[in-house]
Design a protein around this ligand. Structure first.
Ligand code: TYD
Ligand code: MG
Length: 449
């Protein structure tokens, strides 16, 4: 029997279904399933058999010369260029996501202005009027250069411009408000977003135009329809930070043309976004070193070392299921560190609520932060502060052993530069200020005596 073709898709994970479901059975998201247009499905189902009958693949030898890497366009912002892996690649599509008000339009107005000094740039707004964009550019001191503005929500018209190759960069703000004629569904719906994005991406490739698309994030912080767009575009950037504070972090979530480890750090000021002057110390700027439950880790992001403060709070609890709240760190690694502290160091954390935080909106996923997490929790539990001039780096193993972190020298040098006299961890040798510990118990002993 022929399999029924799927006509519903999940906005979150992109999985397809033959019937509507209230909860996606793949990713568990609620109310994320929407109908995709029947025509779209029918075409893909029919073409399978035809393709088999009519076509074969063309293949290349391993040592054939492929097309050269696309030339890059500098955005005029070194932090952004670094996250992109050396500037905007021509013909490629970058999706930039972030909460409303975080500064996406500001960032892109600055980029558009800088690129327009060297070549023609088009800023397409589907959300605001051209007057609003003009006013923002004037506030930001963006020079007129070769920058043109257009207010439209017509995806096909934008695609035509992209394909013409008349502009070196086109910014589309935002994908959620574009519509494509002949495609069913509301703007911002699964079918519209997907077909608008596919149309734009294809046109940008044809016209060798760099394309930057703005995408809004949903309440829970994911890009709307992330999986739906992720595979269509070359690079996905996430613009994060606290709307009420001025620090902004730009991360690559996916990057076909560079690494996903690099982050860009900016401050939102009166004249727009500026690169942070001393990135190494930005996350420890507001640290109060005399408080128990705080430990600094020199962490690696891309090619840079950033010092990050890990904070912990341990509070006795009567509940059968004590709280475990983690933000900015890997939840599973923190749970593992807590288990090692309970089991190997006999710390009775099973009857306490534990909160662990990386401060300032930092996010560390590397295991090298384990030791700082352990020391912050131990410090909170004992109510003894970690000495202000001491930081820690190392991975904690299930047996309570410590493993060295990669790029130890870079971390040690940056910690020293920022005034830390002592670095605890399973590092090489016992150099100046190094407290070598091979086991977690030894490290706790060295720090708290
Ligand atoms: P915006 O770029 O419009 O955010 P998004 O496009 O992500 O929704 O900017 C949002 C905020 O930034 C807005 O509240 C005002 C503030 N802002 C500054 O602080 N300085 C500036 O120079 C500009 C242009 C905006
Ligand atoms: Mg905006």
């Amino acid at each position: 029997m022929a399999k029924k073709s799927p006509t519903f898709a999940c906005k979150e994970c992109g999985d397809t279904f033959t019937k509507w479901l209230g909860r996606c059975s793949s990713c568990g998201a609620m109310n994320s399933i929407a109908e995709i247009s029947a025509g779209e499905v029918a075409i893909s189902a029919k073409s399978n058999a035809q393709v088999l009958a009519a076509r074969g693949l063309t293949s290349e030898a391993l040592d054939d010369q492929g097309p050269p890497a696309p030339p890059r366009i500098s955005t005029g912002m070194a932090e952004l260029d670094r996250v992109l892996g050396g500037g905007l690649p021509r013909g490629a599509c970058v999706l930039i996501g972030g909460e409303p008000g975080i500064g996406k339009s500001t960032l892109l107005a600055q980029v558009a202005g800088a690129v327009a000094m060297a070549g023609p740039v088009l800023y397409v707004t589907a959300e605001e009027s051209t007057d609003q964009i003009r006013a923002r550019c004037q506030r930001l001191g963006v020079p007129p250069g070769n920058l043109r503005l257009a207010a439209t929500s017509d995806a096909v018209a934008v695609a035509g411009t992209l394909a013409s190759g008349a502009f070196s960069l086109v910014v589309v703000d935002s994908i959620q408000l574009l519509t494509q004629d002949g495609v069913e569904g509301e703007p911002g719906g699964v079918t519209q977003i997907r077909s608008c994005a596919a149309t734009l991406v294809e046109a940008a490739k044809r016209g060798r135009t760099a394309l930057v698309i703005v995408g809004h994030v949903t309440k829970d912080g994911t890009l709307a329809g992330p999986r739906l767009l992720e595979h269509l575009v070359d690079t996905v950037l996430s613009f994060e930070g606290d709307r009420y504070a001025d620090l902004r972090v730009l991360r690559a979530v996916k990057n076909r043309y560079g690494s996903t480890n690099e982050i860009g750090l900016f401050r939102m000021g009166g004249t727009g976004l500026e690169a942070v002057a001393d990135p190494g110390s930005v996350f420890i700027a507001d640290r109060d070193a005399g408080v128990p439950g705080s430990c600094v880790v020199p962490s690696i992001e891309g090619n840079r070392c950033l010092l990050v403060e890990v904070q912990a709070l341990v509070n006795p609890s009567d509940m059968p299921q004590p709280q475990r709240r983690v933000s900015g760190l890997d939840r599973d690694r923190v749970a593992m560190v807590l288990a090692v502290l309970s089991r190997r160091l006999r710390m009775p954390l099973g009857s306490a609520d534990v909160y662990v935080n990386a401060t300032g909106g930092a996010r560390i996923i590397e295991p090298a932060a384990d030791l700082a997490v352990a020391l912050a929790v131990a410090s909170a539990w004992r109510e003894i502060p970690v000495p202000a001039d001491l930081c820690a780096v190392g991975e904690v193993g299930l047996g309570g052993e410590l493993r060295p972190a990669p790029r130890y020298e870079l971390r040690a040098a940056e910690a020293r530069r920022l005034g830390f006299q002592r670095l605890v961890g399973p590092g090489p040798g016992a150099g100046r200020g190094r407290l070598t510990a091979k086991r977690l118990a030894e490290a706790v002993e060295a720090v708290f005596g």
